[in-house]
Every structure is written in C-alpha cells, then in structure tokens.
Ligand binder design. Structure first.
Ligand SMILES: [Zn+2]
Length: 254
C-alpha cells in the first residue's frame, strides 16, 4: 500500500533532488527507534539520572566518581545491541547518493556514522570516544570503559596521564566550536534542509532551520510532535521517521 503522504513525499523529494546544497538535522527522535532513550521528557534519561552528576564541574572536581556514574548512564544509553534503524539508513543513502551534503546531529550515539553517512557534524559530541583534556589524545569510549572497569578511575591518557573525558558535551561545556561553525555554514548555504526527530527547542538546533529558511531553503520537517518551526516549513510530516525517511529516499531516486 502506498504511504498516505505519497504526494507530499514526492513533492518534497523533487525539491530535495533539485537542491544544489542540502543537509539534514537530526535529533533524539531518529535514534529512539533504535532503542536509544531520549534525554528529555517523561521517560528521558534525566528523569532517572541526576543531571548535576554529569556536568563539567563535577568532572573537574571528582573525575573518578563522575566516570563511575557515566559508565552506568552510558550502558543505558548505548546498549551493546543498539544499531542504526531505517531512518539512519535512508539518510546515509541520501548522503552517499549526493543528495545531502552533511548530517548535522544532536545525537551522541554515532549511529549515523555506523550507517555509513559521508559527513556527520556532531553538535553535542560523541559518546563513543574519550579525549584527554590536557593534550587532546583520543581513544575509543570502549577502551576508556575497559580501563575504568578494571579500576582505573578516571581512565587516563597514554601520553600525559591526564584524565580522559567522554567526548559527549557535558552541562556547562561549550559546544564544539568547529562543529557549530560548520553547521551554521551548511545551513546558510543550503537550498533544502531535512529536519528529523528534533523538537527544535534546544539551541543551536532550534535556530539552524530558521537560518536556512531565511535564505529561502526548502524546509522538510519529520517529527512526531509539533515544533516551533512547523509554520515556516514547506513540508511537515507528523509521522514516524522510520517510515517517512525511507519513503523520501526512495522517491528521490538515484
Ligand atoms: Zn593527555
């Protein structure tokens, strides 16, 4: 059976195909179907964990205790069998086929990369890496976790012995400047923007589509709930990302 939104999906696909530059912006709603819990909301991570335990001041004050709590949270967040879902696959496919220049994401789970996306801009970092605050040495979060689990709390840098920090952006930390600048450039240059699974209530994600729309970009919104940008969007699909994005990908063609 054809998707109920087939006509609008075809129209959105044709705009996306016609765009010289396009990007996608994704939020927690894209990873939820993979079993990654959202941070906010009723069943969100912060209804179960104390956000104060995960701010950058606590990391600086007591990195060992921070890491012990982080390992618990991370186990909940990134269950070993978390895998990309059809929404990740559709976006990765669109990027590989040249219809999306980049995927800008608020998610820290690395699932876009795992699905094979060409360029991913991570606004909130990536929980699958850990970095030394002193010298920038980086290792996988799995490696850091193994060190922490064997009693090395906090896990330390191989080069300078500094405390490793998860690469996810903590409360009280600035967003990575390079990623933010890249996201702004992409938004300003884009002719089309697919926004998926984001409530668009958290900065800077909230302002990126608005900036793109101001320069005349076509906005394609896919989200289960209303967003503040709905009235400015050219297409709003109040539907599941795992249904709309594969249908959009198919309609765009090669
Ligand atoms: Zn170091």
């Amino acid at each position: 059976m054809a998707h109920p939104d087939t006509d609008r999906i075809d129209a959105a696909a044709s705009d996306l195909r016609a765009a010289d530059a396009a990007l996608a912006l994704t939020g927690a709603g894209v990873s939820a179907p993979s079993g990654v819990p959202p941070f906010r909301g009723e069943d969100g991570v912060w209804s179960e964990y104390d956000p104060d335990a995960f701010d950058v001041w606590r990391f600086r004050r007591e990195p060992g205790a921070f890491w012990a709590d982080w390992l618990d949270l991370r186990a909940d967040l990134l269950d070993a069998d978390v895998e990309p879902n059809p929404a990740h696959d559709a976006l990765a496919d669109l990027s590989a086929a040249g219809h999306l220049d980049a995927l800008v994401t608020q998610n820290i789970d690395g699932l876009h990369q795992e699905a094979g996306a060409e360029e991913t801009v991570e606004l909130h970092g990536n929980a699958r890496r850990a970095t030394c605050r002193n010298c920038g040495w980086t290792t996988s979060a799995d490696d850091a976790r193994e060190r922490a689990e064997s009693g090395d709390l906090p896990p330390r840098c191989d080069v300078c012995d500094g405390a490793l920090k998860p690469d996810a952006v903590l409360f009280g930390e600035q967003l990575p400047r390079g990623a933010l600048a890249r996201a702004r450039d992409l938004a300003a240059d884009s002719d089309a923007m697919v926004v998926a699974g984001s409530s668009l209530t958290v900065e800077p994600a909230a302002s990126l589509p608005a900036e793109a729309a101001e320069t005349g970009a076509t906005l394609i919104l896919v989200n289960l709930e209303e967003t503040p940008l709905d009235s400015r969007a050219d297409y709003v699909f109040r539907a599941d990302v795992t249904e709309v994005l594969p249908a959009l990908r198919e309609a765009v063609g090669e």
